[in-house]
Design a protein around this ligand. Structure first.
Ligand code: MN
Ligand code: MN
Length: 466
């Protein structure tokens, strides 16, 4: 037998499962059980934000309005319209030395209800939807769906809705044509096989008894909504109602090493970032976690990363920390800050090997992925991390025993994507993209490796702490 020689100068990303001992394996599974439950219970940005606030308050974080001044060790959070959130722990060093920021997003691709969603056709009542974010429309038909969100009445009162998650609750669904009559459909391209206007959700089928009623099934649904939730048709106009997959996040594979569920992008980074700041002890720099909304549609809007929300909050921190506001101080805090743009990368899929660049792909189980740049076609749209910052992060992870890998998103000419990195980089901060790999990204049933989830948490925690 010949002994295989290892070249000590060669680089090979490690598999986190191979590297870990029995103790760590137990921690990995326990951490992921909590994550899976959190993901099952929080399928919208509103649900995520309110669950995060509950966890933060339980850990001693207080709403920024409760502080008259801020000092080392203080824990603070600010919510933005129930859909986005910033949490911070004031660090050892002076605030103007900069922040350590982890920025992620809590919105996921889904189907939103149209402003006038309800109609009747073919002896069924249906909801019209408008998809949100990058979805492959054909993936959303013939599976159990749930309805989540909030309805705001014209007096300002709110009705929270969640139907389809509990065993005894009904689910909703979108139909597809039977193969016997699907000859023409099957010849269409996959992006045309199911159109946006065909993503109509079936919500009822029993007509009202009233002989004279027009649209008897629609009427029955309206009666039900009135008696169960006390809202009428016009109230749909002031509502954030989302259709999401009705299934739970579950273990996948004989060995239970993977987690399959809806919305890993980007709640896997948001959850691990949240846990990382909850567990931070005595951070050197002020730790900040940003849980943002609207990333899947370009980060615009008041709750997206392009809004002034974050700047406003840094101004608030400066004001409370120095007991004086100065724009120069705000700018110093900004330009000295360092950011992990916490978002997912695409996991190599052997069934679609042709779109991945083998030597620069992320693999399930090889730890958190550091991406020097995102973008598409010649790095367009990429903020790109500097060699210096890459070196700093690599060193930090190596010293802390974090398992990590590096990747681009697919082959150069296949496409690409972006994250919130560029918007934070605009503040003249050092930013790098950093999060776990996801298989079947943007599908209703995304998959991550439990080992990667855990090492993402470790990575975020050490980044905040040091
Ligand atoms: Mn994302
Ligand atoms: Mn995404």
């Amino acid at each position: 037998m010949s002994e295989e020689k290892k070249n000590e100068n060669a680089y090979q990303a490690k598999n986190a499962w191979t590297e870990m001992g029995e103790e760590e394996r137990k921690e990995v599974f326990a951490f992921n059980e909590n994550y899976a439950n959190f993901l099952t219970e929080n399928k919208t940005e509103r649900e995520f934000a309110s669950a995060a606030i509950a966890e933060l308050e339980a850990a001693g974080f207080k709403n920024i309005e409760q502080y008259e001044s801020l000092k080392k060790g203080d824990k603070v959070y600010v919510a933005n319209r129930s859909r986005a959130l910033m949490a911070a722990v004031i660090g050892e060093k002076d605030l103007k030395e900069g922040l350590k920021i982890i920025g992620s997003h809590i919105d996921s691709p889904r189907l939103d209800l149209k402003p006038n969603p309800l109609y009747e056709d073919g002896e069924m009542a249906m909801f019209k939807t408008h998809y949100y974010g990058g979805v492959k429309k054909y993936q959303w038909v013939t599976m159990p769906l749930a309805l989540h969100g909030v309805v705001v009445k014209d007096d300002g009162s709110q009705i929270k809705i969640s139907i389809g998650e509990k065993e005894d609750e009904p689910v909703f669904f979108i139909s597809d044509v039977l193969p016997h009559l699907g000859k023409k459909q099957m010849k269409k391209s996959m992006s045309e096989g199911i159109s946006g206007e065909q993503l109509n959700v079936v919500v009822g089928s029993i007509p009202v008894a009233d002989e004279d009623a027009k649209d008897k099934i629609k009427t029955a649904v309206l009666n039900h909504l009135k008696s169960e939730y006390d809202f009428k048709e016009e109230d749909f106009i002031s509502a954030d109602l989302q259709i999401v997959p009705a299934f739970k996040t579950r273990d996948a594979g004989f060995d239970r090493g993977l987690l399959a569920g809806y919305g890993h992008d980007d709640r896997v980074c948001s959850y691990t970032a949240l846990e990382a700041i909850l567990d931070v002890k005595e951070p050197q720099y002020t730790s900040v976690v940003l849980l943002m909304d609207r990333e899947e549609v370009g980060s615009m809007g008041s709750t997206g990363m392009q809004s002034h929300f974050f700047e406003d909050q840094v101004a608030n921190l400066v004001d409370l920390y120095y007991n004086q506001y100065s724009e120069l101080l705000v700018r110093k805090v900004m330009q000295n800050s360092r950011v992990l743009s916490a978002d997912v990368n695409a996991a190599y899929d052997p069934d679609f090997a042709e779109v991945y660049a083998k030597h620069n792909s992320a693999y399930l189980g090889k730890g958190i992925v550091i991406s020097k740049y995102t973008g598409a076609r010649g790095k367009a749209g990429a903020s790109e991390a500097s060699a210096e910052f890459m070196g700093e992060i690599r060193g930090l992870f190596n010293n802390a025993g974090v398992i990590w890998q590096t990747a681009e998103l697919g082959k150069i000419d296949e496409g690409g994507g972006g994250t919130i990195a560029q918007f934070l980089a605009n503040y003249n901060m050092d930013v790098v993209d950093c999060g776990p790999a996801v298989l079947s990204m943007h599908s209703p049933y995304e998959v991550v490796s439990k080992a990667d989830v855990y090492h993402t948490y470790l990575a975020y925690n050490v980044f905040l702490e040091k």
